[in-house]
Design a protein around this ligand. Structure first.
Ligand code: BES
Ligand code: MN
Ligand code: ZN
Length: 488
C-alpha cells in the first residue's frame, strides 16, 4: 500500500473513492456545499432522508461516477462538539474497514477537516494508516489457498507537508504490528523458542542497526538462570534467551530495555491447564512478539535511540523431567523460589531475564507479558495492566497509551501485597492466593528489578481476540513505540 499526504484540493482529485466525514446537524456540513452543487443536490436529499448517517462510525456509500470520484464513502462523526480522540478513532477504524472491503483501487481521505487540538491531523493520518493496515491484515501462510491480493493500492490523506512524518511513523508501526500478529498467530509447533531466535537473527540481517545474540541452555546454566531453565525442563524444545540490540544513537547513550515473555506454548506444566481453549496458549509469547514488533518499527523509521530487546523463550510442558509443585530453584539473582504452581511460569522466565538486563546499564526497563488471567478479569480485553517501581515512568507509559489509543491502566504495587509471596521453604513462592493475582505477579517481578527504573505491562487481555475473530492484535506495539519516541 502506498500512503501519501495530499496538500492539494481533495475535491478536485480523480479517485475511486473520496472519504468524507459527516457530523450530526440539521444540514450537510459547509465543506460539502460545492461538491453537492456539482451533484445537483443529491447529497442534501440523501442526508435529509437519513440515507447518509451521521451516527459515529456508521458508513454510507454513494456512487457518483467520476463526479469527482467514482464513489463517496461517508462516515458519521456524531455531534461535532463531542468529537474527541476516542470517537474520531472509532469513525476512522470503521471507514477504513469499509474501504478495505470495497473494490476501490485508490482513495482520498478528507478527514483532516475534523482535526482538532485534542486530535490533530498527524494523529488522524497515523490512525488511518494503522486502521487500514489492521483491516487488510490476513494470516493465510498456513492455508493451502491464499487470499487474492486486494485491489486497493493507494491512499492519500489530506494535510500539510509536516504530516508526512506521521505517514513514515505509522507505516513503520504498522509493519511492527503485522510482525507481532504473525508471530502470535503462528502455532506452537512452528513458533518454538528456536524459531524466535531465528526470527531475531533475521532481523539483524535486515537492519544494519540491529545486532542479535542468542543464549542456549548451556550458557544459561553458566549464568545461573535456574528459574528460567526450570520452566523448559519438561519440554523437548530447548529454551533460548534472545537479545536484540537496536542502535540508532550514540553508543554513550544508555539504552531502554524491553523484556518479552516468550512462552511459545503454555500447557501449565504439571499444574496442567484445563483443555477448553488451551490452543489459545500459543499466544503466550505475545510479549516477546511485541518486542520484535516495536524494534522493527524503530528500525524501519531509523529512530535515533538505543533500545535493547530481551526475549525469554521457552515452552511450558509436563513430562518426566518437568518441574513439580514444591520444587525449589535458584534464580540468577541468587534468590530461591518455591514453585507452588508450574502454571505461574511467566514470572519464572522473566525474573532471570530481568536480572540479565542489569548488564545493559539501562535507563529504563519495561517488561511485556501475557502474565495473568486475573488481568483479564480486572481490565477485560481493552486495557493493558501497568505496574511500576517508578511513578514518572508509569505516567510516561500511561500518556503514551492515551496518545496512541493503545491504552494502559495502572494498578498499585504497594508493599502490603508482597507478603502474599512469603514461603516457608525458600526466599519466596511463585504464587499468592487468589486475591489480586495481577498485582502479586508484579510483586514477584519487582524483587528482581531493584537496580533500575522498571515498569511491567500485563497484556493477557489485549494481546489477542478470542471467538470468531480469533487472532493476535499486535498490541501494545503502538503504545511502546510512542513511549520510546517520546524519549527523543
Ligand atoms: N499465560 C498465563 C496467563 C493467561 C491466562 C494469559 C489466560 C492469557 C489468558 C499464565 O502463565 C498463567 O497461567 N497464569 C496463571 C497464574 C496462576 C497460576 C497464579 C493464571 O492466570 O491462572
Ligand atoms: Mn501459565
Ligand atoms: Zn503463561
Amino acid at each position: 500500500m502506498k500512503y501519501s499526504v495530499l496538500t492539494q484540493d481533495a475535491y478536485k482529485q480523480k479517485t475511486d473513492c473520496l472519504i468524507l466525514g459527516i457530523p450530526e446537524g440539521k444540514s450537510l456540513p459547509k465543506s460539502l456545499t460545492d461538491l453537492d452543487g456539482s451533484l445537483d443536490g443529491l447529497l442534501k436529499g440523501l442526508f435529509a432522508a437519513g440515507d447518509i448517517s451521521s451516527n459515529t462510525g456508521e458508513v454510507s456509500w454513494v456512487h457518483t461516477p467520476d463526479k469527482p470520484a467514482k464513489r463517496l464513502l461517508f462516515v458519521g462523526l456524531g455531534k461535532s462538539k463531542e468529537l474527541d480522540a476516542a470517537k474520531t478513532r472509532k469513525a476512522i477504524s470503521a471507514v477504513m474497514s469499509a474501504l478495505a472491503k470495497s473494490s476501490a483501487g485508490n482513495a482520498v481521505s478528507t478527514l483532516s477537516e475534523y482535526a482538532s487540538k485534542s486530535f490533530p491531523n498527524d494523529r488522524i493520518v497515523e490512525h488511518s494508516i494503522l486502521a487500514l493496515e489492521n483491516a487488510l491484515y490476513k494470516f493465510d501462510q498456513l492455508k493451502s489457498e491464499k487470499a487474492k491480493p486486494g485491489k486497493l493500492k493507494q491512499l492519500k490523506l489530506t494535510g500539510t507537508k509536516a504530516d508526512s512524518e506521521a505517514v513514515t511513523k505509522a507505516t513503520a508501526i504498522a509493519k511492527g504490528v503485522a510482525l507481532t500478529k504473525d508471530l502470535g498467530n503462528l502455532p506452537g509447533n512452528i513458533c518454538t523458542p528456536e524459531y524466535l531466535a531465528t526470527q531475531a537473527k533475521d532481523m539483524a540481517k535486515s537492519y544494519k542497526s540491529v545486532k542479535t545474540t542468542v543464549l542456549d541452555e548451556k550458557k544459561m546454566k553458566e549464568l545461573g538462570m535456574g528459574s528460567l531453565l526450570s520452566v523448559a525442563a519438561g519440554s523437548a524444545e530447548p529454551p533460548r534467551l534472545i537479545t536484540i540490540e537496536y542502535k540508532g544513537a550514540d553508543s554513550k547513550q544508555k539504552p531502554h530495555v524491553l523484556v518479552g515473555k516468550g512462552i511459545t506454548f503454555d500447557t501449565g506444566g504439571i499444574s496442567l491447564k484445563p483443555g477448553q481453549s488451551m490452543d489459545e496458549m500459543k499466544y503466550d509469547m505475545c510479549g516477546a512478539a511485541s518486542v520484535f514488533g516495536t524494534l522493527t518499527a524503530l528500525a524501519e523509521m531509523n529512530a535515533p535511540i538505543n533500545v535493547v530487546g530481551v526475549v525469554a523463550a521457552a515452552e511450558n510442558m509436563p513430562g518426566g523431567k518437568a518441574t513439580k509443585p514444591g520444587d525449589i530453584v535458584t534464580s540468577m539473582s541468587g534468590q530461591t523460589i518455591e514453585i507452588l504452581n508450574t502454571d505461574a511460569e511467566g514470572r519464572l522466565v522473566l525474573c532471570d531475564a530481568l536480572t540479565y538486563c542489569e548488564k545493559f546499564n539501562p535507563q529504563t526497563v519495561v517488561d511485556i507479558a501475557t502474565l495473568t488471567g486475573a488481568c483479564i478479569i480486572a481490565l477485560g480485553n481493552e486495557t493493558t495492566g501497568l505496574m511500576a517501581n517508578d511513578e514518572k515512568l508509569a505516567q510516561e507509559i500511561l500518556a503514551a497509551g492515551q496518545a496512541s489509543g493503545d491504552r494502559a491502566w495502572q494498578l498499585p504495587l504497594w508493599d502490603e501485597y508482597q507478603s502474599a509471596l512469603d514461603s516457608n521453604f525458600a526466599d519466596m513462592q511463585n504464587i499468592g492466593d487468589r486475591a489480586a493475582g495481577t498485582i502479586t505477579a508484579a510483586c514477584f517481578l519487582s524483587r528482581f528489578t531493584k537496580k533500575y527504573r522498571w515498569a511491567h505491562l500485563d497484556i493477557a487481555g489485549v494481546a489477542w481476540t478470542s471467538g470468531k475473530a480469533k487472532g493476535a492484535s499486535g498490541r501494545p506495539v503502538p503504545m511502546l513505540t510512542e513511549y520510546l519516541l517520546n524519549k527523543l
